[in-house]
Design a protein around this ligand. Structure first.
Ligand SMILES: *[C@@H]1O[C@H](CO)[C@@H](O)[C@H](O)[C@H]1NC(C)=O
Ligand SMILES: *[C@@H]1O[C@H](CO)[C@@H](O)[C@H](O)[C@H]1NC(C)=O
Ligand SMILES: *[C@@H]1O[C@H](CO)[C@@H](O)[C@H](O)[C@H]1NC(C)=O
Length: 253
């Protein structure tokens, strides 16, 4: 029921805004705040969000009201059920290493200093999948510790298509190795559901997460932002035993 209504209200809101009339405050969603200084680079969790490997997207069952004012409760209150790798999210070392999972290197163990600080947004969409050669050609200076890679995925608007697209671009294992061995990058951000190209899915994650020093941020929304240096703030939920978590990520100019 709710979702058709949701989009109708959103649409009406935008329309009213365009017409210079006040829009309904509720349910209005923004991409940019503070006159273009703050960018929300998080995809909205909603029924059309793509899910890794699925044709159907997230669907409607991720949230439901368990108490509602209409039904006589004093509050509206919902319950969520989400895969820990939903939408814009972060992987922990325990996601791909069982020994790290057992030792507690989960989402709680990630360094907030790495998740917050200056970050470089680079365009790599001309290059396709990110190989060692591509990494080398980007000439990312030593000392740069956080990089968001904007690829063909953004150009193709893949995160806005509910059907999973297996031809998305990501890191090839040699690209990941090159990054680990030749740069100071500790945060790798990408614009589809996995940092790794599908053909190199597990090996690439293993290379990135082995040292437990690199944090992977996946499913970022990077359209309509100029390449350059920003302050990145990315905060996963603090959940015991979670191998990953959806996160709210923003860039500040
Ligand atoms: C409200 O009550 C009706 C009738 O019992 C029920 O069908 C509906 O699912 C309830 N909705 C919520 C949000 O609790
Ligand atoms: C939730 O709360 C709002 C605000 O009080 C109310 O208008 C709305 O009807 C409620 N929704 C449901 C399903 O009860
Ligand atoms: C990237 O790799 C995937 C396989 O993981 C492949 O389907 C796709 O065509 C490649 N993209 C480009 C632009 O080379």
């Amino acid at each position: 029921m709710g979702n058709v209504h949701f989009f109708l209200v959103l649409y009406t809101g935008l329309f009213a805004l365009a017409a210079g009339r006040p829009y309904p405050m509720r349910r209005y969603s923004r991409e940019v705040y503070d006159n273009g200084r703050i960018f929300d680079i998080t995809h909205m969790i909603g029924p059309n969000l793509p899910v890794f490997g699925s044709k159907n997207g997230l669907g409607h069952d991720y949230i439901r009201l368990v108490e509602s004012i209409k039904n006589g409760s004093i509050v509206n209150q919902s319950e969520m059920k989400l895969n820990t790798h939903t939408g814009t999210h972060i992987d922990s070392p325990g996601h791909v290493y069982d020994k790290y999972y057992d030792a507690g290197f989960n989402i709680n163990s990630l360094d907030l200093e790495v998740l917050n600080g200056p970050a470089l947004l680079v365009d790599v969409w001309r290059h396709g999948n990110i190989t060692a050669e591509v990494m080398k050609s980007l000439n990312i200076p030593k000392g740069v510790r956080r990089v968001l890679f904007r690829t063909l995925n953004t150009e193709r608007r893949l995160m806005f298509k509910k059907e999973f697209e297996s031809s998305y671009v990501g890191f090839m294992v040699d690209g990941a190795k090159w990054l680990v061995e030749n740069t100071d990058i500790k945060l790798v951000g990408v614009d589809y559901l996995s940092v790794a190209a599908l053909v190199d899915l597990l090996p690439t994650h293993l290379v990135f997460l082995k040292s437990r020093e690199i944090i992977l941020v996946e499913g970022l929304k990077l359209d309509n932002i100029n390449p350059g240096v920003y302050d990145l703030h990315c905060l996963p939920l603090r959940i015991l035993r979670a191998d990953g978590s959806p996160a709210r990520c923003i860039l500040i100019k």
